[in-house]
Design a binder for this molecule. Structure first.
Ligand SMILES: Cc1cc2nc3c(=O)[nH]c(=O)nc-3n(C[C@H](O)[C@H](O)[C@H](O)COP(=O)(O)O)c2cc1C
Length: 318
């Protein structure tokens, strides 16, 4: 698998669908991963879960992320996932959502290293493509065990590990524990992808320097901001600080993104999902607050055209 650049797009449920992933690859994301998919649901033939893992040829290398707690179902789901021809399979050991951890999946697996090993071993055995593991630093501050789980993952045959530098208890705040990511980096020989709180190119460089990792993954920093990958690559490769795009490029990328969403999911669903993306794309621009109502009412591609026109007109008159 050829990996270009330095930053992957982190998987995000409700965000990293094919329309967004393709855009991120176009702007230089090293690799992308689909939204997490329930292994159990895949084995039961659930159509919605199958759709969640659909991959296109425009977004490579691309992985399918599965979550679950039954080694057998996890292994069986790989067979389903292979229909999409993924470049890798990622195991979710980091999701903090209550409905996932209450079921013993996601970051709850970090509390059970024996089961974590069994799951990784069975997925590796079932998978013809590399298997990666995405984790947090541990369950809570009294059980930080990313190094232990990373060693298990390496020993069980994983090809790379992503570490989000927070425990499950911390959810998304406060700041990340770069020291723990660095300890994982030092403890294993497989690639470690550092993750957490990268919102610009300088932040990416700092994270790599602080952790000793060669790669990082960007999640929230890419929302409404897919060009962050272009900025990170340029800064890491030749110290070039590319300014954020002007309003015209920003709006044309937003429109391209939303049109792709509609082509993928139909105009009704696409435009409803577009609302959150549009609010991220216009964050920080002049008059954003006044546009919030237009964004909340986006229902058709015609509404999208009107929104873009309004943004560009108000930028011109400013
Ligand atoms: C809306 C949202 C959805 C997420 N969904 C997933 C997911 O499906 N699988 C996963 O492993 N992590 C998921 N994450 C976690 C991110 O992949 C990432 O680890 C986390 O956001 C920290 O990185 P960041 O600070 O760059 O956002 C999600 C995060 C957000 C904000």
């Amino acid at each position: 698998m050829e990996i270009k650049g330095h930053a992957a797009l982190a998987p995000m449920a409700g965000v990293t669908d094919p329309a967004f992933r393709e855009l991120c690859v176009k702007f230089g994301a090293s690799l992308v991963t689909c939204e997490m998919v329930s292994a159990k649901a895949l084995t039961l033939g659930d159509k919605k879960s199958r759709r969640l893992m659909s991959l296109t040829d425009m977004e490579r290398p691309a992985g399918i992320q599965i979550f679950g707690r039954e080694p057998q179902a996890m292994a069986q789901s790989v067979e389903e996932a292979m229909r999409e021809n993924p470049d890798f399979i990622d195991i979710n050991m980091g999701c903090p959502a209550r409905k996932v951890v209450n079921n013993g999946s996601g970051s709850a697996l970090m509390k059970d290293p024996g089961l974590a090993r069994e799951i990784i071993e069975s997925v590796v055995k079932a998978s013809p493509v590399p298997v990666t593991v995405k984790m947090r630093t541990g369950w809570d501050k009294s059980s930080v065990n990313a190094v232990e789980i990373a060693r298990i993952a390496e020993d069980a045959g994983a090809s790379a590990i992503t570490v989000h530098g927070r425990t499950r208890d911390q959810m998304y705040a406060p700041g990340i524990n770069t020291g723990e990511i660095a300890r994982v980096r030092a403890a294993v020989s497989i690639p470690v992808i550092a993750n957490g709180d990268v919102f610009d190119a300088q932040g990416a460089k700092e994270l790599l320097e602080q952790t000793g990792c060669e790669f990082l993954a960007v999640g929230r920093g890419a929302m409404g901001n897919p060009w962050i990958f272009r900025q990170i690559n340029a800064y890491l490769e030749n110290g070039e600080l590319i300014p954020p795009p002007g309003i015209e490029e920003r709006m044309s990328v937003m429109a391209e993104h939303i049109k792709a969403l509609c082509a993928l999911k139909g105009e009704y669903v696409g435009m409803r999902e577009a609302r959150k993306h549009a609010s991220w794309y216009i964050k920080g621009i002049r008059g954003a607050a006044a546009l919030r109502r237009d964004i909340g009412n986006l229902s058709s591609l015609q509404d999208l055209e009107l929104l873009v026109k309004k943004v560009l007109d108000s930028a011109e008159s400013a």
